[in-house]
Design a protein around this ligand. Structure first.
Ligand code: KG4
Ligand code: ZN
Length: 345
């Protein structure tokens, strides 16, 4: 079964063709990062306009790269929630139009589910039951699955998402958007022990990342001997290259420690065979290394290859395939609704 997967929930316009859930025939991603970097974050109206320009060429290229015509496609899957409204509208409108004109079965797909299913594109199948940390710019959750297409949220963030925290700390340090890769790079020449940052105290399997961002802010003000009323955007002007690297490394190490601690707790409460990372932050190499180190003797460990960690169409097609296998029926493309927020289902 060949599925065309379309993704436009944030700032990537993406389409891919995947066969039987795990074989990528093509995967095209046009990123708007360069456009948004100038503003230090995603501007929703600009994102929507860029999707309009890119969506058709991206879909055409995904078909061409796979050497297929639209008639060869068995199903169309598209991200319909959660995400930026204007961005979601463009991808879903394109997908619905193609499905209607060509009479192709149509499957709206949840974005977080897609991130989890990026792990089925690695060439190996994770065994159930599994625990997945969904760590992206908008979400931080630990999800337990005892079978395909069945999600139980067992931990979540009480405030900011982990990726958002990387982005905000990067901004304070004067590093470019998106913050995750920039922090990781700066951290390579930094000392992760240099600044002691507190681990937020939140119950059970939940997270709080807003406190960690504030802790970094206070630590910088203290290091620079500046009052806590100093605006965060001013701090970068006083920091040396080495201090930026040391703060990046100390922050990254703390964020990784928080995540690994919670996953350890989760693995005790919810015995599982596999542990997965999913979402943009799973592109973080030191995090993946720490996950391997902690769990490889007791669990199968999975994280997507970096190009599949961030938003792409292949993961959408893969998620839809396993939903179809689990009995999901197609949706009427005339009936589809988008929604900016929703829990995984
Ligand atoms: O999954 P994604 O592409 O979009 C959302 O669904 O949110 O995730 C984007 C997030 C951003 O916050 C970005 O800073 C973070 O993933 N990210 C990283 C890395 N690469 C991307 N965070 C840490 N380390 C990275 N290497
Ligand atoms: Zn995403």
């Amino acid at each position: 079964m060949k599925i065309l997967g379309i993704e436009s929930s944030c700032d990537e316009t993406a389409a891919a063709v995947v066969e039987n859930g795990n074989k990528i025939l093509s995967n095209v991603v046009v990123s708007q990062i360069d456009i948004h970097a100038a503003y230090g974050g995603v501007i929703p109206e600009v994102a929507a306009r860029s999707h309009i320009e890119a969506i058709q060429p991206v879909i055409n290229k995904a078909l061409a790269d796979a050497n297929l015509a639209i008639e060869d496609i068995d199903a169309i899957a598209v991200t319909h929630t959660p995400g930026l409204v204007g961005s979601l509208l463009i991808g879903t409108l394109a997908a619905r139009t193609i499905a209607i004109i060509n009479n192709i079965p149509f499957y709206p797909t949840h974005h977080l589910k897609s991130h989890i299913y990026a792990n089925w594109l690695s060439g190996f199948e994770p065994s159930f039951p599994l625990l997945s940390a969904v760590i992206s710019g908008g979400h931080t959750q630990i999800i337990y699955m005892d079978r395909h297409d069945n999600f139980e949220i067992i931990g979540t963030t009480r405030d900011d998402a982990i990726g958002e925290c990387f982005d905000k700390v990067a901004k304070i340090l004067g590093l470019p958007y998106p913050g995750g890769p920039a922090i990781s790079k700066a951290a390579e020449s930094g000392n992760p022990q240099k600044y002691k940052l507190p681990i937020p105290k939140v119950g059970e399997l939940d997270f709080s990342f807003s406190g960690l961002k504030t802790a970094v802010l206070r630590a910088i003000q203290k290091e620079l001997d500046l009052p806590i009323t100093t605006p965060s955007y001013e701090l970068q002007n006083h920091l040396t290259e080495q201090q930026i690297s040391d703060f990046a490394a100390s922050f990254q190490a703390t964020a990784i420690k928080i995540l690994i601690q919670k996953l350890k707790k989760a693995s005790v409460a919810y015995p599982a065979k596999s542990i997965l990372l999913a979402g943009g932050v799973s592109a973080n190499h030191p995090l993946c290394a720490e996950l391997q180190k902690t769990f490889s003797k007791t669990h199968q460990v999975f994280f997507p290859e970096p190009r599949l960690s961030t938003d792409n169409g292949a993961m959408v097609a893969s998620a839809a395939y396993y939903s179809i296998q689990s009995g999901e029926k197609p949706t009427d493309p005339y009936e589809l609704d988008i929604s900016p927020r929703s829990t995984i289902h």
